[in-house]
Design a protein around this ligand. Structure first.
Ligand code: GLA
Length: 364
């Protein structure tokens, strides 16, 4: 469905459900991370890109305090703004209303229709896309002064922290708020400075779903975060961004130090990957992606048998590099492929892993 057709379809659904026109429309894309995994909440470096899959929202303000929503992916529902959080997707809307209070937003009832082709729980930031799209539409509907992309990203991250319960870093929300599909964003998660870059010429990134959704991710995610904080304390640095490989010399590699080793080496790999993009070196980039996956598997321990199998099938089918993307424990894999052989490579890997399927090809 093209963009205009899809928008009209959303407006029609809104109309059918709520009997009126929406006051604001907005959309945001999902993301796949090329390299730089589990570094963002350690003040580190990341290199994510947007995928073409996106979430669209249509909304209007109500004159009571109910939030009523329909979605093509989740159950229709309603709740009052002041009801407690209960894991319903409308908590994202309530979270967004609260985040916008400091810039003049109001706690008002909302009718909302959501349409998305970003698979949930797949490690491609369906949540960040929903947050950014809702925030953008609310800024329009509540006629707020314009908000920068970085501010939007920080509001969206606070929705996750305060209303959803994941203590995520800033990578997903920043790239979703500030990039356009096809861009790679080199983001320094400490300063929030970023640079948009292009993929190597003649190459695409295949985003392939392993067929298994992320499991246990919130619990293990928050546990990894705590292990990194503990490792930073042992190494005497304020965050693992300031740790260096030399510091591991005399320290036994227990779990905390293994996590730290991944983070420190991953930051170095992101810098090297940026150099590969600058000098158009796809095989260098592919190697770094492979090393990143191995480190996530052995030292960070967030891979799964399904992800490992798919990664090795993509490599053996001819990808220059393949790795899990996102938090891990299931979800998607990214593979760097020559454009001319990308279809072939993915078809062969999918044949070897019958539950897997292609989500998107990212190209410039
Ligand atoms: C999830 C989080 C991000 C990031 C990745 C792992 O996607 O939302 O902030 O930590 O996991 O790199």
């Amino acid at each position: 469905m093209d963009d205009e057709h899809s928008r009209n379809h959303l407006i029609k659904s809104f109309n059918n459900q709520f009997g009126r026109e929406p006051m604001a429309l907005a959309h945001a894309h999902g993301r796949a991370n090329l390299i730089g995994e589990h570094t963002d909440y350690n003040d580190g470096l990341v290199l994510p890109c947007l995928i073409s899959n996106r979430t669209e929202v249509a909304l209007a303000i109500r004159d009571d305090d109910l939030v009523c929503g329909i979605s093509n992916q989740f159950l229709t529902g309603h709740k009052a703004i002041y009801d407690g959080l209960d894991g319903h997707w409308l908590d994202f809307v309530i979270g967004a209303l609260h985040q916008l209070l400091p810039v003049g937003g109001r706690l008002q009832g909302i009718d909302i229709a959501v349409k998305s082709d970003i698979p949930p729980s797949a490690g491609v930031s369906s949540s960040a896309a929903l947050e950014i799209a809702i925030l953008r539409a609310l800024v329009t509907a509540q006629q707020l002064p314009s908000v920068t992309d970085t501010q939007l990203a920080l509001f969206a991250q606070r929705i996750e922290h305060d209303f959803i319960g994941t203590q995520c870093g800033i990578m997903d929300q920043m790239v979703v708020a500030a990039a356009t599909p096809g861009d790679c964003m080199m983001l320094d998660c400490r300063s929030l400075d970023y640079k948009l870059m292009s993929l190597p010429a003649g190459h695409v990134v295949a985003v392939v779903h392993s067929g298994s959704v992320r499991k246990l991710s919130d619990t293990v995610y928050n546990q990894r975060l705590a292990e990194c904080a503990a490792a930073a304390q042992i190494l005497g640095v304020s965050s693992l961004r300031d740790a260096t490989t030399g510091m591991f010399g005399n320290v036994v590699l227990d779990n905390e130090m293994k996590r730290a080793k991944h983070v420190v080496s991953e930051n170095v790999r992101v810098q090297a990957a940026v150099n590969c993009l600058l000098r158009n070196d796809p095989s260098g980039l592919g190697n770094l992606m492979n090393k990143s996956h191995d480190s996530l598997c052995d030292d960070y321990e967030v891979s799964s048998p399904e992800l490992d199998r798919l990664v090795s099938s993509l490599r053996s089918a001819g990808a220059l590099g393949a790795r899990l993307t996102g938090a891990g424990f299931g979800g998607c894999v990214v593979a760097l492929c020559e454009t001319a052989s990308a279809n072939d490579i993915v078809s062969r890997a999918v044949e070897m892993n019958p539950d897997s399927y292609l989500i998107d090809f990212i190209d410039n």
